[in-house]
Design a protein around this ligand. Structure first.
Ligand SMILES: O=C(O)c1ccccc1N[C@@H]1O[C@H](COP(=O)(O)O)[C@@H](O)[C@H]1O
Length: 411
């Protein structure tokens, strides 16, 4: 019988090989800090290469002169398996991803590239906001949200203390196997809002698709207070939900989402039906509102534009939708938006398909009481949003193919 010898550092690899280990697993997780770094296998494998010890390629049958080199831990998607396959690692060991999977057999097929998951570059964002306790944070992380929001805005029934926020941050970090805020490098500065926010949307998805990020929601609070809370609680991102303006987003100490407020929709105006029934492509009021949003979205300051409903001056947590045609028009102008306001598990799909938005944000729509999430509704919202994202990706691909075909016929 051959033992699997687990290593994490260059030194441990040297010891294992000198002792004659034939099956060596490199743990990507540092068991002292629980920090995960997939580059560990690549780095530590170089020691074997430098010692002239070759390892078996997965496509070859094993020979005694080669060790079996395994990448252990942190493998969550087919891109990870591919990465290790490309470097010729003999095998991968997957634990947590399968334990968390609702359908482990499907998860294995996905890891092996036999199912067709949406590539990270095409994924969209789901944010669940107004979290006030660690149990809800765990439920939301497990359900697969990208962003988890905690509210610091004065007067909100969902407002958390700094201590509570720190506990939520710790829970979310532990879920994502990290113990520090995620650093996201901003894209290069540009004159184009579309270019800037598109680059940011890819960065946000990449940074949050394995590990959810915690967003602190502030409203017209002093910048020193925001920066202090960011530093003391370990928030990954900030959301400015008042009248702070775009420029303030660059001052928060971490990247910030900027909320642009759109007045509540008149009954019947908030859904796709209003556009179809009206026959007109876009109502004049939606057009001018979309122009107002675009004017408030210059490049080089915020990490994203979040549209939320305002009702008679009340901004945030209204539980009401705005006219989604505005979000659609802003998206068509090239600026990806996150849609908030009155979303719930029953309307999120129509919203995503109609607006083609980059992201959705829910708070009161998945609550059983103010500040208390309903786990079943959180799960249902996530499922509906992800299903809608999949359908939207398919629809956009089909439209693209039809357009290419038409162009080909014209030539
Ligand atoms: O929810 C609140 O109490 C709140 C207070 C102050 C600013 C923002 C607030 N919530 C934000 O509102 C949107 C949408 O909420 P809902 O789904 O309509 O209930 C969301 O971004 C929350 O962060």
């Amino acid at each position: 019988m051959e033992p699997l010898v687990e290593v994490h550092t260059d030194e441990e690899m040297t010891i294992a090989l000198e002792a004659g280990a034939r099956v060596v697993g490199v743990n990507n997780r540092n068991l002292h800090t629980f920090e995960m770094d997939l580059e560990t296998t690549e780095r530590v494998a170089l020691v074997a290469a430098a010692m002239g010890v070759p390892w078996q390629n997965p496509t070859e049958s094993w020979t005694r002169d080669r060790i079996v080199l395994s990448a252990l831990s942190g493998i969550t998607g087919p891109e990870d398996v591919k990465r290790f396959e490309t470097m010729g690692v003999s095998m991968v060991l997957v634990g947590e991803t399968l334990m968390r999977a609702e359908d482990p057999a499907k998860a294995i097929r996905t890891l092996l590239g036999e199912e067709d998951p949406t590539p990270v570059s095409e994924q969209r964002l789901v944010k669940v906001c107004g979290v006030t306790n660690v149990e809800d944070a765990s439920t939301i992380a497990t359900a697969g949200a990208n962003l988890i929001g905690v509210i610091f805005a004065e007067g909100s029934p969902r407002r958390v203390t700094e201590k509570r926020a720190r506990d939520i941050v710790k829970t979310v970090q532990a879920f994502g196997e990290r113990n520090s805020p995620k650093h996201i490098e901003p894209p290069p500065q540009t004159d184009s809002s579309a270019e800037w926010f598109q680059a940011w949307s890819r960065k946000l998805v990449e940074a949050s698709h394995r590990t959810p990020l915690v967003v602190g929601v502030f409203q017209n609070q002093p910048m020193e207070e925001i920066r202090r809370i960011v530093a003391e609680t370990g928030l990954d991102l900030v959301q400015l939900h008042g009248d702070e303006g775009m420029e303030a987003c660059a001052e928060c100490g971490v990247p910030a989402l900027r909320v642009v407020h759109v007045p509540a929709a008149a009954p019947g105006e908030e859904r796709v039906e209003s556009v179809l029934v009206g026959g007109e492509r876009a109502s004049p009021s939606a057009k001018s509102r979309a122009e107002e949003v675009l004017a408030q979205a210059p490049p080089n300051f915020a990490a994203g534009v979040l549209l939320d409903t305002s009702v008679k001056g009340v901004k945030g947590g209204t539980g009401l939708p705005f006219d989604h045609e505005v979000a659609k028009l802003v998206g068509e102008a090239g600026v990806p938006v996150i849609v908030a306001g009155g979303l719930d598990p029953d309307n999120v799909e129509v919203c995503v398909i109609f607006t083609e938005s980059f992201g959705v944000d829910v708070s009161s729509g998945v609550e059983e009481a103010k500040g208390v999430k309903n786990p079943g509704e959180v799960k249902r919202f996530m499922e509906q949003a992800r299903l809608a994202h999949k359908d939207l990706t398919a629809k956009l691909k089909q439209e693209e193919e039809e357009e290419e075909e038409e162009q080909g016929e014209r030539i």
